[in-house]
Design a protein. Sequence first.
Length: 253
Amino acid sequence: MNKKVIEVKDLSFSYNGHPVLEGVNLSVDKGDFLAVLGPNGGGKTTLIKILLGILPLQQGKVHLLGQKPGKAAHKIGYVPQNVTGSEKFPINVLDVVIMGRLGFLGRFKKYSPRDYLMAVQALELVEMSDFQEHMIGNLSGGQRQRVLIARALACDPEILFLDEPTASVDQPFQTRLYQLLHDLNQEGKTIVVISHDLSVLSSHAKSVACVNKNLYFHDSSEISQEMLEKAYHCPVELITHGPIPHRVLKDHH
């Protein structure tokens, strides 16, 4: 039997009385590669933030690696969607990435040589090792995104959450990033990615969750027309262009 690393039961969440998630149930096995799809405002990011303990649990039950949200933070990597704001901090790239090792600090609260080694190796994985001493504010948005991905990888996470990780990076790196995620997944890490890039996710994902207040789960990378229509609440057309499947929404009101 596969080990369950994420378990969500009857989760509901509201902002100021406005329901964002209702009756969400989700079970993710160790080593899964889960693609989370859905329209803007459908609750995808809210769900991830509840799983991470960033937002409070209002109703339902949530466990990550057998613990309540926030209790296993040192075993979890997270790449947020929005990279704006980081450019204002007077800090260099290596110092940003090594923050991913905070959960491993010893009794003297000082980074060890291994912490620095893990940070440097993470920068190598995202092709930013030449920028270790650069100030984060002097980087482009795509470069800052790579640094945040490295920070998430520095803790050697058991579960890696990424919220629109390719939104600010160029096309060549997008391809390399998804290959990196595929390789990490092959090594046994659980990957959870929020993205609108259906063609890429369908090449690497093992399961799909469509979120629009409710959650529709499919334990296969097959993204069906019925699933998307349930999630987006509008007609969907699936078409093929060349060797890679592309999926587009029909014109609708």
